[in-house]
Structure formats: C-alpha cells, structure tokens
Design a protein. Structure first.
Lengths: 306, 683
C-alpha cells in the first residue's frame, strides 16, 4: 500500500476513535450526572470533547490527501441517492456540526443540560451512521475480502475498542492539567476515572475477544470463498502473516495491560493521575494493532475481474 | 566522498570527545547529566560515518564490506537511540508549561501511524539495510534531533535569564544546528518507497499520468527535496556534503556551547563572593543592631535601678518599666498583673499601649489561660503561632484587636509567684527566646522595685515604733517620775496642812517647785529633740550646731562645738539619724547626771584601717561615772546599739570627778554612693 492509500486508515481510524470515545464519554456522563451534578460532570468532559472534535477535523483533513483534487471534495455530496461515499461525507459533516455545537455549548454558551445531552446523542448517532456508511462503501461484490457483514462488524468493534482505550487517556491527561492549574472539579474527575477504569478494562477485554473472533470468521470466510478470496487469504497468511500476528499480539497485550493497570489501581488505590503513562501505553498498543488491522483490510483485497 | 565521510566522522568524534571530557567537570547544570548520551552519540555517529567511508572506498575487501555493512546496520539505529535519549534528557530538564501534558496524548496518533507504517515496510521485498537506514532516521534521528534542537533552544532562554548572553547565543546556534540536522539527516532519505520521502515520486507519477508530462505537481514544495537525487539536482552537491556541513555546525556550536560549564563556574564564584560579602555585611549590621539594642536595654535598666535606689514612687517606677519594655520589645501591649492579697485572683496592676502607660483604677481580673498557666508553671513562655485563639483571649486589655503572639514571664518573690508581666502583638513576628530573656530582666526589675517599696515601708514603720519607744522611755524616766513624786508631795502637803505645819509645808512646796522645774526642763529638751529634724536645709552639721546652742540655753550648760569637716559628712541617711540620736542621748545624760557646767562636742573625719569614719566626741566636766552599770545606764547601751546598727561603734570614757567622754565612730560612704544616699535623705 502506497503512501496515498495510507490516508484511508488515517481517516477511518481517527473518525472511529472520535465516535467511539464520544460514545464512551457520553455513557459515563449519563451514569454520573445525577451523582455529581450535571454542571460539574459537564466540566470534566470539556477538554476531552475539544480533543475529539480536533481529531474528527484532523481525520477529514487527512482524508483529502487521498484525493487527486482535494479542493473538489465537496462534489462528493452530489450523489447522495446512489453513493455511500456521499452519505458518509454528509454524515461526517453532520457529526462535526453536532460536535461543534456541543463544544460551543460546553465552552462558550451555557445551555441547559438536556440540550447538551441531546446534542451529544445526535453526534453519536451521526457517528454511527458514518461507521455504517463507511463499511457499506466496502461491501462490494467485486471485493470478496470486504464483501461481508464482518466489515461493518469489525468497524463497529474498532470504534468501541478505540473509544474504550482512549477515554482513560483523555481523562487522566485532563486531570493532570487541572491539577497543575489548580482548577475545580479534580475530585470528581479522579472519581470518574476510579469508577470507570475497571469497567472499561472488562469491556475492552470483551471487545478484544470479539475482534479476534471476527478475524477468525474473516479467515474462514475467505477460506471458503472464490478464487479472489483465496488470493486474499494467501496474501494474509503468507506475506502479511507476520503483521497479522503482530496485530493480534498487540491487541491482546494492550488490552491485557489495561486490565493489569486497572486491577493494580483497584488494589493499591493509586492516584488517578499516576495512571497516565500506563493507559497511554495501552492505548498506543491497541491503536497500532487497529491501524495494522486496517492496513491488512486494505492490503489483502483482490478485485474480481478487471 | 571519502573525504566527506572522513570529516563527518571526525566532527562527530570530536563532539563525542569534547562531551566526554566535559563529563568529568563538576557542574549543577542540567545539561551535564545528559552529556554521557551526547558523548555516546558523537562516538557512535563518528564511527558510522567512517564505516560509510570504507563502504564507498573501492579498495575494501568484500568480506570486510559485509562486516562493515552489518556494523553500519547496528550503529545507525544505535546512533539514533543515543541522540533520542540525549534529546529527551535535555528537553525535559527545564520544566514544561502545563499545557504540554496534552502533547503525548496528541502525539500518540502520529506515533501509532509511524510505528505501523514502519512495521509494514519490513514486509516490502527490499534489502533490510534500507528500511533500517530509513526508519532509524525517521523514528530515532528525526525526533532525537528535534528534541535536542528544542532542548538547546530552551537552554538558550535559560542561560539568557542567567546572564550568560555569550553562551546563550551558542546554545541557540546548537539548537538551530540540531534542527538543521533533523531535516538533513532525519528527513532526507535514500530513494525508496517510504513516506514521506517517497511521496514526491509517487505524486509525480500520478500527476503525470493525469495531467501529462511537464505539468507542475500540486504537491510540489519541500517534499521534492526529500530524497538524495533531488538534493543533488537542486544544490549540485550530494546530501553527504550537506550532512558534513550540518555535523560541523552541530559540533562547533555544541563544543563552544559546552563553555557554559566554565562560565557557570565563574558566575558561581562571583555569586559566592557576593553572597559572602552580603553575609558579612548582614552579620556586621546585625552586630551593630544587637549592640544598639543591648545599649538601649542597659540604659533603661540603669535608669530603672537608679529610680529604685532613689526610692521613687513605686507606681511611677512600674509605669516607667512597662512603658520602656513595650517600646524595646516592639509590642502593641504590655501588662503587669499581681496576685491579690488572699491569693484568689490575678489583678491587672498597670498596662501600656501606644502613647499610654496607665495604672488600673478599678480591679480588672486577668483570666487569659496562657498567662495563668505561666504563673502556675513559673516558666517563661512565648507563643509559637499554633496556639488556639481562646488561649490568648483578652491578653490585650483595652484593645479591640486580638493578640496573635504573646511573651509571658512570671514574677517571683522569694520563690513564690506574685504575678505576671507579658507583652503582646496583634500582628507581625512571633516573640523569640531572646525577647523572653529581656522581658525576664524587666520582670526582675519589677520585683526589685516592689521589694524596695515593701522594705522602705517596713523601715518607716520600724523608725516610728523606735521613736515612740524613746519618747515613752523619756516620759517614763522624766515626766512620769516627777508626776509620781508630785502626787506623793501633794499627799504630804495635805497632811502638813491639816496638821498646820507651815514651815514644813513651805519646804515641801520648794521641793515640789524644783521637781516641776526639772520636769519642765525634760519636756523642753524632748520638744527640742523632736523638733530637731534632719530635713534642715543647712545640713546636718548646722542642725547639730543649732541644737547644741539651744541645749546650752535650756540646760544652762556652756557648750562648745568644734566642726572639723565640711558640711557633707558622707554618712548614710540611717547613720545620720543614729548620729543625731546618739548626740541627743549623750547631752541628755550630761544634763541629768553629770552635774557639769561645760560640754564640748567635736565632729571630725578620721581614718581607721583604710576606711574613713566620722568621729563624734561629747565630753563634759562633770562628776563622771563611778561604776558602769548597764541596767542603770540604759541610755549608754542604746547608744552603743545605735552605733553598731550602722557599722560603727561607741566607747564611753569616764573617771570619778574628771567628767565623761563619749566617742562614736560611724563609717563614711564611698563618694559615688553618697549622691544616692543624699537623695534618700532628701526624700
């Protein structure tokens, strides 16, 4: 895969990371708003939402490097009736708009808590629509390696997995910043991390197993497929086999490391901010694993016909 | 090309050597801790360049070339690792601003992509040497050089703040040189299908395919420089030459910049010297201040002592003490409280605040817990700032602001607590142990003043009692005897009158008249004695002269007074009183018993055993003492006791028919004590 194609994994992974992390944050927010108060809970997610917005913008920007004429990218919106790419782009724009509105309401204009809630869920909904559209682009009969329900399933699992791994990084990073600035809400922030880390580790482990299962079914599907599928399988199990092994290994190591960190934190009651480097490493390992997975996704496709 | 590699290796080797040598120089600069990584980087990078030199040499044997290639593959990433470690070390030595916490979170994404991209390149069917070379540059050399560059630039800012402008500029140069190195070594790679260096080629192919040969690529820009061929095309010089230049720049600026250690040492020496001078000056000023403080305290203590000796009013002395103590201890309040007579409570005696020192008219009971506790333990105390507010409650009587720090001293008389002296501040510094020592000095003065007042009062009572006894004795010896005699005589007269014995009656009447005359003389003498006081403005000697003169008139005895001293006898006030009493007693004896018609009094100064004495002699020409009997001559014993009570002595010389001579020796005061004694007398 040449450098130009690398913009695809950059775009897809970053967008999925943004959507997944927003979903996880919104679930945590929903579970804790009553306990800590809606206003104080919203204070703890301001910076993470800003980073997720920046990530979404970075993703769509990188996507333009895939195009020969990036300045004409808006023309992709013309074929909404027939093209999943156009729908994906539209969903992406809606996602960015909702996320932007949410950001404005959190940082600049004070609105009611319920409005933020609605904006957040709308953004998440549009994010999942992006995921769906994104996967539908690759459901092509001419591409046996892509043309199965495993594609949207793997995209969805990646979305959740990256979200689960990214949120602890965002929260601990923000907590350290808050402490250095002496800002309010540090205790709530620390409690959110303490409470959610263990659950996130369990969810990550489940998703990890789910992802491994998808990979297994993908290989099995190719195994029983046509000639093009056999070529894809051959690529995956020969040239790219080391990468497949590394991808799965990094996935399990990263998730396992997060579980270890969560268990240690639960036992020793360590300060939440001291987890930063550890959750960062876990996130990095899983992110590399997922990018590798996306690379393999693009690398092994073989077209039927011309 | 060989020469380029040679000089490149030489430059980096020199850099490593310079860093290594500087490693052994002691310094507290953060840069020093990372010099070992710089030295390692310099040495390994130099070796890598020389390996490259042999690789391009045509005369090298094939076997040796293989070994050199393997070494090159090992050294290249190793160089990057050392540089990365050095860059990170120098970068983190100066604390980062808080917002930089987000950098790792942001960098995780590109880092993950770069790692993934690097992993995928290893499956590309190309010699392993090329990806190692390229990824050593991308993943190690590039971030390492960037971090080292930024690290040196941060050092530049820090050294500028430290006042080392010359060295700071070299740090800036080193920083820029490393950034140039990052670009020229970390980003420009051999022509291979790896991004971002390969981007240009790919883009050119695609661009030409769609737009035709010769069209301008929309992605043209610095990316066109990122492979060796393009550099040669544009500059006419191979990339190795630019890398050599870069290595020269890095080595030059870093080696020169390492002079920061020497500059820092010099600066530290100057700083230490300045610090020493400042410390000396501070110590000198502190000595002067301490001396001035001690002088002020001494002056106040001397004044207090002088007032006590002068028997000033005790209340005035106490006010003087607290007023000065408050000022000297820079306090907002000072209080003096005494335990009342029935030992039931502590009452405020007097206090001083700004511009006011006053006695308390109505009883004010002091209940401040810390003051009561200090009296209970009889140990001086000063607050440390941790005491609860309630323990200092009402420590500053008559003031609205609460006390924040207090120093308390217990007043003790004969090892018994009698009260407390305390100072208080509503703000500012806490009291020190030195402050307490000074406060204890003042407390001692308070106790001395109170003790003096008590003794003076007792002495006055004693003098009055003694004087009453003397008058009673005189009346008993004189007037009472006569009145008793007259009573008997009246009875005798009554009997004679009834019997009609006129002549006997006349005789008795004559005897009665004589007795009344004697009694009259006694009374007059006593009146004279009582009237003669020492508060005569003319002085004691004049008073004696006047008394003697009047005595002669009343007793009808010729008197001679010889004064051989100046008016100032230099006797203590008590000794002067005793001298007058002895003189009066002796003259009374002369009048009553001596039957003399001449009495001589001599006052002179004499030396005995190196000490000066006032010598008083009373001599008469009477019948003299036939036999000394203390019971009968009660007055003589009293005179001896009077003399010995003030350190003198008294002798009586007498022979039958040859009169009597009383000699009295009373010790003189030293001249410097004289003044104070006079003051007591005048009081």
């Amino acid at each position: 895969m040449n450098i130009r194609e690398w913009t695809l994994p950059v775009y897809t992974i970053l967008t999925q990371l943004s959507v997944g992390a927003l979903f996880v944050i919104w679930v945590i927010r929903a579970l804790n708003s009553a306990k800590f108060g809606s206003e104080k809970t919203d204070q703890t997610i301001k910076i993470p939402i800003l980073i997720l917005f920046t990530t979404a913008i970075a993703a769509i920007t990188f996507a333009h490097f895939h195009l020969s004429r990036p300045y004409l990218s808006f023309l992709a919106l013309r074929n909404l009736k027939s093209s999943w790419l156009s729908r994906e782009l539209l969903a992406n724009l809606i996602y960015i708009i909702f996320l932007g509105l949410l950001l404005i309401s959190l940082w600049l204009v004070k609105v009611r808590h319920k409005v933020n809630t609605v904006l957040g869920w709308l953004a998440i909904l549009s994010g999942f629509i992006i995921d769906y559209c994104m996967s539908r682009i690759y459901l092509l009969p001419s591409q046996p390696a892509w043309n199965s329900l495993l594609t949207p399933a793997s995209f969805l699992v990646t979305t959740f997995l990256l979200g689960v791994l990214t949120v602890p990084v965002l929260f601990t990073m923000d907590l350290i910043f808050k402490k250095s600035q002496g800002q309010d809400g540090q205790a709530i922030h620390a409690q959110l991390i303490d409470q959610s880390l263990g659950r996130l580790a369990v969810i990550a482990a489940t998703l990890c197993i789910l992802m491994a299962t998808i990979v297994y079914f993908q290989i099995a599907s190719l195994f029983s497929g046509n000639a093009a599928a056999q070529i894809s399988l051959n690529l995956l199990l020969n040239i790219y086999q080391p990468l497949l092994i590394i991808r799965l290994a990094l996935l399990f190591i990263g998730v396992g490391w997060l579980g270890f960190v969560a268990a240690k934190h639960h036992q020793k009651k360590l300060a939440a901010e001291s987890l930063f480097l550890q959750v960062l490493i876990a996130c990095l390992l899983v992110m590399v694993a997922e990018i590798l997975g996306r690379f393999l996704f693009f690398a092994i496709h073989v077209r039927i016909g011309i | 090309m060989m020469l380029i590699y040679f000089f490149d290796g030489l430059a980096f080797g020199g850099l490593g050597l310079a860093a290594y040598l500087q490693l052994h120089q002691g310094s507290d600069l953060p840069l020093r801790k990372n010099l070992k990584w710089l030295a390692a980087f310099g040495f390994v990078c130099g070796l890598t360049s020389w390996i490259d030199m042999f690789l391009v040499s045509s005369g090298t044997e094939e076997n040796l070339l293989d070994v050199l290639r393997i070494l090159g593959m090992i050294f290249r990433p190793l160089t990057g690792v050392f540089l990365l470690r050095f860059g990170w070390g120098i970068l983190k030595e100066i604390p980062f601003p808080p917002w930089t916490i987000f950098i790792p979170g942001v960098l995780i994404v590109p880092l993950a992509y770069v790692i993934t991209y690097a992993l995928t390149t290893f499956i590309t069917p190309s010699p392993v040497e090329i990806p190692i070379d390229i990824w050593s540059r991308y993943l190690l050399y590039l971030p390492g050089s960037i971090m080292a560059g930024i690290g040196f630039m941060r050092q530049w800012r820090m050294q500028r703040k430290n006042g080392l402008a010359d060295v700071a500029n070299l740090m800036l140069g080193a920083g820029l040189a490393f950034l140039f190195e990052a670009f020229i070594v970390g980003l420009v790679i051999p022509a291979a299908p790896y991004a971002p260096g390969s981007y240009y080629n790919y883009n050119r192919v695609i661009n030409n395919a769609f737009s035709g040969e010769g069209s301008v690529s929309m992605f043209s820009g610095f990316t066109t420089l990122l492979d060796y061929q393009r550099v040669l095309e544009i500059t006419g010089l191979p990339i190795q030459f630019w890398r050599m230049l870069s290595s020269f720049a890095v080595t030059f600026f870093v080696v020169r910049g390492l002079g920061v250690f020497e500059a820092r040492r010099k600066m530290q020496l100057i700083s230490l010297k300045d610090e020493r001078d400042r410390a000396q000056e501070t110590a000198f000023n502190a000595q002067i201040a301490a001396r001035q403080t001690a002088e002020r305290w001494t002056e106040v203590l001397v004044t207090i002592n002088s007032r006590i000796m002068e028997l000033n009013d005790v209340d005035a002395i106490l006010l003087f003490i607290i007023k000065n103590a408050r000022e000297l201890l820079a306090s907002d309040f000072i209080g003096l409280a005494l335990i009342n007579d029935d030992q039931s409570r502590l009452e405020l005696k007097c206090y001083a605040i700004k511009d006011t020192a006053a006695l308390v008219e109505l009883p004010v009971v002091v209940k401040t817990p810390l003051i009561l506790e200090t009296i209970k333990t009889t140990r001086s105390f000063h607050t440390s700032g941790d005491e609860p507010f309630a323990s200092l409650e009402n420590a500053m009587y008559s003031m609205d602001t609460p006390a924040r720090s207090v120093g308390i001293v217990c007043l003790e008389l004969d090892n018994r607590p009698i009260g407390a002296l305390w100072v208080a501040r509503s703000a500012g510094m806490l009291y020190t142990n030195t402050d307490l020592v000074w406060l204890e000095c003042m407390a001692d003065q308070v106790v001395i003043a109170l003790q003096h007042a008590l003794m003076t009062s007792q002495l006055q009572s004693l003098s009055i009692t003694e004087e009453r006894s003397r008058i009673a004795r005189e009346m008993h010896d004189g007037l009472a005897q006569v009145l008793g005699y007259l009573n008997l005589q009246v009875q005798t007269l009554d009997a004679l009158l009834k019997q009609g014995k006129q002549e006997a009656l006349a005789v008795e009447l004559e005897q009665m008249r004589k007795a009344i005359k004697v009694a009259n003389a006694d009374v007059r003498e006593n009146i004279l004695s009582l009237r003669t006081t020492l508060a005569n403005e003319k002085g004691l000697v004049s008073a004696i002269g006047e008394y003697l003169e009047e005595f002669g008139i009343q007793a009808r005895i010729e008197t001679h007074f010889t004064n051989e001293v100046e008016n100032n006898l230099r006797l203590s006030s008590i000794a002067e009183v005793q001298l007058v009493c002895i003189l009066q007693e002796a003259l009374a004896n002369v009048r009553k018993h001596a039957r003399a018609n001449l009495v001589s009094v001599l006052v002179t100064r004499k030396k005995r055993e190196e000490s000066e004495y006032i010598y008083l002699q009373i001599a008469d020409n009477g019948i003299g003492l036939l036999k000394y009997d203390s019971k009968r001559h009660f007055g003589l014993t009293t005179m001896k006791e009077r003399a010995s009570s003030v350190g003198g002595n008294l002798d009586v010389l007498s022979a039958a028919g040859k009169g009597t001579m009383v000699e009295c020796w009373l010790p003189c005061l030293e001249p410097d004590r004289m003044k104070k004694s006079q003051a007591i007398f005048s009081n």
